[in-house]
Design a protein around this ligand. Structure first.
Ligand code: NAD
Length: 371
């Protein structure tokens, strides 16, 4: 069985399998082909892959001859894959309906690892968590570097510095890591989320939780947020507006799977912030949580810096690739049976991740959107 590893296109710097994992796959009898320079941007040389037992192969051979191809982003030249090839990566199928239908028509078996159910058994394969954790951490560091003031409080002979006030919108995996990181740097942190269940976690990290009563019931949405009523949104706007005028740093992470990110911060709210403040919007890739966010860009508006980046994990490519590759390895353990790749759709993790198979879109989440 051949597993192929593609080199990602810049600005993506991560790689889907690292040499340590290649070695472990080799022990299971898997042949791994790696595109030259695939790991270079994540600090893994071709030599380290060869020492781990991989063979360096041209991209076209990998695409045309592998049984399973690993990537992170959508490979632009996917049309070179043979019918029946398995493709595994992070493809955001709910945002790429047409492409998923083309993959089905080409009879590719595709696994989108961002669709793995968020269950206890799947935790070791949860790429959303491993990568969001990095994004939350990096968002705060980026904000601290872009901010013209200190984060911690200082009382010095030359005067007193007040601690930075950080507002975090969305307390999922990224938001919780952002809270912890901002607290470690000495900031005072306020947090807003529509899910009241996160209150305890937020408070245990030393932050203040602010909330609006009457959030829509998310209990049927697998722990994810759902769309809120117009009345709720209005109250939410008043609450965020009051908090944002006091904030020096705003980190936004609010997402609703398969939908545009909720617009939480208006231009008027941004105008109420003091010059020098910084916003980092991790939801930029799905439309952004602020009215002024531009994906993959930094906007300077009336002295406020607005950084839009949904792929911050890629800015820490070494650890991000290490964790991603381990997630993929754990997922592959469900697929590899007696040296063969088996698409056991009775397994809820495989079923959740599998988007297309044998000429059809089989993901129930995607089918529901396509109806
Ligand atoms: P996400 O990236 O989908 O969203 C980030 C946060 O934004 C969430 O906390 C969400 O509630 C919040 N949000 C959405 N709309 C909002 C709004 N209008 N205002 C404010 N906040 C808003 O979330 P995630 O980090 O991927 O986590 C999603 C769920 O999965 C959570 O319930 C989490 O606990 C759960 N989870 C489970 C496991 C597991 O058991 N394996 C692992 C990780 C996460």
């Amino acid at each position: 069985m051949i597993i192929g590893v593609l080199k990602e296109q810049l600005p993506e710097k991560r790689v889907s399998l690292v040499p340590d994992i290649v070695k472990q796959l080799g022990k299971q009898g898997v042949t791994v082909w790696v595109e030259p320079d695939a790991g270079a941007a994540a600090f893994h040389s071709d030599d380290t892959y060869i020492q781990a037992g991989a063979a360096l192969m041209p991209r076209t051979d990998i695409l045309q001859q592998s049984d399973l191809v690993c990537s992170i982003q959508i490979p632009e030249d996917w049309h070179l894959l043979r019918a029946g090839t398995i493709l595994a990566g992070v493809y955001q199928p709910l945002h790429h309906h047409d492409l998923m239908q083309q993959w089905a028509a080409k009879s590719l078996t595709t696994y989108s690892l961002d669709n793995i159910p968020r269950t206890t058994r799947a935790q070791s394969m949860d790429i959303l968590s491993s990568q969001a954790n990095i994004a939350g951490y990096k968002a705060v560091l980026l904000a601290a570097v872009s901010y013209g003031r200190y984060f911690p409080m200082f009382m010095t002979a030359a005067g007193t510095i007040a601690p930075a006030k950080v507002l975090i919108l969305g307390a999922g995996v990224a938001g919780l890591q952002a809270i912890a990181t901002a607290r470690r740097l000495g900031a005072v942190v306020e947090v807003f989320d529509t899910r009241p269940v996160v209150r305890e976690e937020v408070m245990s990290l030393g932050a203040k939780f602010i909330s609006v009563e009457g959030a829509a019931d998310a209990s049927q949405a697998g722990g994810y947020a759902v769309e809120q009523s117009a009345d709720y949104k209005q109250q939410q706007e008043v609450l965020i507006a009051a908090s944002i005028t006091k904030a020096d740093i705003v980190i936004t992470t609010a997402q609703i799977p398969g939908k545009r990110a909720p617009l939480l911060v208006t231009a008027q709210m941004i105008n109420s912030m003091r010059p020098g403040s910084v916003i980092v919007d991790l939801a930029a890739g799905t439309g952004g949580n602020t009215a002024l966010t531009q994906n993959q860009q930094t906007v300077f508006h009336n002295g406020i810096t607005i950084i839009g980046d949904s792929n911050l994990a890629a800015s820490m490519p070494a650890d991000a690739s290490k964790l991603y590759a381990k997630n993929v390895f754990n997922f592959l353990q469900l697929l590899i049976k007696d040296g063969q790749l088996v698409n056991n759709l009775q397994d809820d993790i495989i079923k959740g991740a599998c988007i297309t198979h044998e000429g059809a879109v089989i993901s129930e989440r995607l089918q529901a959107v396509l109806k």
